[in-house]
Write a new protein. Structure first.
Length: 231
């Protein structure tokens, strides 16, 4: 089965996440986890561990918002059970969560033969996200220690390699590895330096006439391999 999460507004839609899972139970679990992941990132609670005490506080809006609706849906056992039963019968499932401001988020699961595969329909003209992030000295050391594979020295600043996206987490290459084994990728945010590194194999798909420059199972469209990066 193919599971997908999308976000957008009246003008565009952006692929936020995509995966291939084996069973209807796995698909229902992925949708539930994705709903909670998006809800936490869009509307973190006052006890979130990454924010300083007092930084996040409740705000009353004009009506139900998408993060609240996603959280309520994911935490409802009856909803999850119904989704699992529907998928087990071979039917697709789609649920859209609307925000008062006009934006929306959508979760979809479908049998692989009925699901569109945007990663297999890339365009050579796909733009890249413009965000850049700093690689601190301690993260550079982690990028060296995370794998024994030989490669280049870590970069001091990286650019997000994904196509334009709505999620706050950006992904960029911290270190090139030798032998075609992939790269050391770093996760960073707006005004937040790289805070996580990991080794990821290259995406097997192609962006137009060029190999995709991202990692396996990345979110969003395939993007042509990079020709230059921040130093």
């Amino acid at each position: 089965m193919i599971v997908v999460s999308l976000g957008g507004d009246a003008h565009r839609a952006v692929l936020l996440g995509r995966a291939r899972v084996g069973t209807p139970e796995d698909a229902a679990a992925w949708l539930r986890g994705e709903a909670l992941r998006l809800a936490v990132r869009l509307a973190p609670g006052p006890r979130t561990r990454w924010a300083a005490p007092g930084l996040v506080h409740p705000v009353r809006g004009p009506g139900p918002d998408a993060p609240t609706a996603m959280r309520a849906w994911a935490e409802c056992p009856e909803q999850v059970r119904d989704v699992r039963a529907l998928l087990a019968q071979g039917h697709p499932y789609t649920r859209r969560f609307q925000d008062p401001g006009g934006s929306w988020y959508e979760l979809t699961a479908a049998p692989a033969e009925n699901a569109g595969d945007p990663m297999n329909q890339p365009s050579p003209d796909v733009p890249r996200c413009e965000a850049t992030g700093q690689v601190t000295q301690i993260v550079a050391e982690l990028a060296m220690d995370v794998t024994r594979t030989a490669g280049a020295r870590p970069r001091s600043r990286i650019r997000c390699a994904l196509a334009p996206h709505l999620t706050y987490e950006h992904q960029g290459i911290v270190r090139e590895l030798s032998g075609g084994g992939g790269h050391v990728w770093g996760t960073f945010g707006a005004a937040v330096p790289v805070w996580r590194v990991r080794v990821a194999p290259p995406c097997p798909h192609w962006a137009g006439a060029a190999p995709c420059g991202l990692y396996d199972d990345h979110p969003g469209a395939c993007v042509p391999a990079r020709t230059s990066e921040p130093a």
